[in-house]
Design a protein. Structure first.
Length: 79
């Protein structure tokens, strides 16, 4: 997370724009939403662990679940 933050601030200076920092803050808030909700954190961890499953159906379901968790966390972060 620190490397991503540093990159966002470097781009902000380079581009003379706050948009990279705003994007980083939103991603950080999304990650906090996941971490502070045990059920969501469990779903996220389970989905991540199955992303490279040998069964493509399980891997595809994991990708869908991961996307759903990230979407839900992003909505919560934006409110």
């Amino acid at each position: 997370m620190q490397a991503t933050k540093d990159d966002a601030f470097a781009k902000a200076v380079e581009w003379q724009s706050l948009s990279p920092v705003q994007s980083w803050v939103l991603m950080w808030a999304r990650d906090i939403e996941i971490a502070r909700r045990p059920g969501m954190a469990s779903r996220y961890a389970r989905a991540q662990s199955n992303l490279e499953h040998e069964d493509p159906v399980i891997a595809q379901e994991a990708l869908k679940e991961l996307s759903a968790v990230l979407d839900k966390a992003m909505k919560a972060a934006r409110t």
